[in-house]
Write a protein of this length. Structure first.
Length: 53
């Protein structure tokens, strides 16, 4: 997880996970539409999950 990805996750969460695939992007986009905080949390979890693998 780079600093740029964390910054993007805080500003516009779907943009931070666009390279993780269509499913991740769609989930984060829908959560961001429902509220900014759920989108940020989901984006950070997805970025952190893929970093550990």
């Amino acid at each position: 997880m780079t600093c740029l990805q964390v910054l993007l996750a805080l500003i516009f969460p779907p943009l931070a996970v666009v390279d993780r695939g269509c499913g991740s992007f769609t989930i984060v986009f829908i959560l961001t539409l429902l509220g900014w905080v759920p989108g940020v949390i989901a984006a950070l979890i997805i970025l952190n999950k893929n970093e550990n693998q």
